[in-house]
Write a protein that binds this ligand. Structure first.
Ligand code: LP5
Length: 240
């Protein structure tokens, strides 16, 4: 029994090397696993489940092949693909989870998050997040033609790049107290998340007990995944 976790692949036509690595990962490691969790930012920008771009369609078909072959698939939204919807879930054969999501990972209560909601010192981002996650706003946005959504996504990406280049590094990391609160509130001993692109395993104490925060890495020069089975966990890194 094996469970895999990935996040922050940022799949994009501009990075065919990462897209190839992703397809290989699904056909190889994920096909041998029982379950695959994708913890957000699978795509650089997801503009709606009706996206007819080759990258979107090929990704959906690759996930469908994986789920048809018996691997269970779960997705969390990231800050780049918060518009992944029910049609995507049905077409891939996967399940969209809410963030945070508590699972039982081989007997250990484990909390899954994308990670962006833990970055509470980044108040400008949290304001933007509130707007982008509003169902009314999303409904209105999704009624726009694809071309308009792509343009808006591009503008938002540019504004974000400019904003992040002026932010202090610690603002863009998780707030430690938020991590402890989330673990304690959900009665979990382990948190797995992405978003910050700072892959690591952090030992913690929560309510006086040993706990751990595991941060998945983004896919760039290397691909990252967390492999879990009844014997334990391993955060793995391989060249793309
Ligand atoms: O993504 P990244 O790593 O650059 O930075 C994130 C935060 N930024 C975001 C914004 C996304 O990058 C935008 C992705 C859009 C793709 C999907 C589009 C869907 C369809 C079209 C929708 C319009 O998440 C960044 C954080 C950083 O992580 C670290 O945590 O700091 O937050 C910001 O940069 C926010 C800025 O500080 C404030 C907002 C600037 C933009 C204002 C534009 C307003 C447009 C409003 C449209 C509704």
């Amino acid at each position: 029994m094996t469970t895999l976790f990935i996040s922050d692949l940022h799949l994009d036509e501009k990075r065919p090397d990462i897209f190839r690595a992703f397809l290989h990962f699904l056909n190889d490691k994920a096909a041998k696993a029982d379950t695959l969790y994708v913890l957000g930012d699978l795509f650089e920008a997801w503009v709606g489940d009706d996206d007819d771009a080759t990258l979107a369609r090929t990704s959906v078909a690759a996930f469908r092949k994986l789920s048809d072959s018996g691997t269970q698939l779960y997705f969390l939204h990231g800050n780049r693909d918060f518009l992944l919807g029910q049609r995507f879930a049905e077409e891939t054969g996967g399940t969209l989870l809410s963030d945070p999501c508590k699972i039982d990972l081989y007997g250990t209560p484990t909390l899954l998050m994308h990670g962006d909601s833990l970055c509470t010192a980044d108040t400008e981002y949290q304001k933007l997040r509130q707007q982008l996650r509003s169902p009314e706003w999303q409904q209105q946005l999704l009624s726009e033609p694809l071309a308009a959504r792509r343009q808006l996504a591009e503008q938002l990406r540019m504004a974000s790049s400019e904003a992040t280049s002026n932010k202090a590094e610690d603002i863009m990391d998780v707030t430690p107290a938020e991590v402890l609160t989330a673990l304690s509130e959900h009665g979990c001993k382990r948190l797995i998340h992405g978003h910050t692109h700072r892959p690591a395993r952090h030992p913690l104490k929560v309510d006086g007990q040993d706990a751990e925060r595991i941060v998945l890495g983004d896919w760039d020069s290397h691909l990252w995944y967390l492999q879990a089975n009844a014997d334990g966990l391993a955060l793995e890194k391989e060249p793309v």
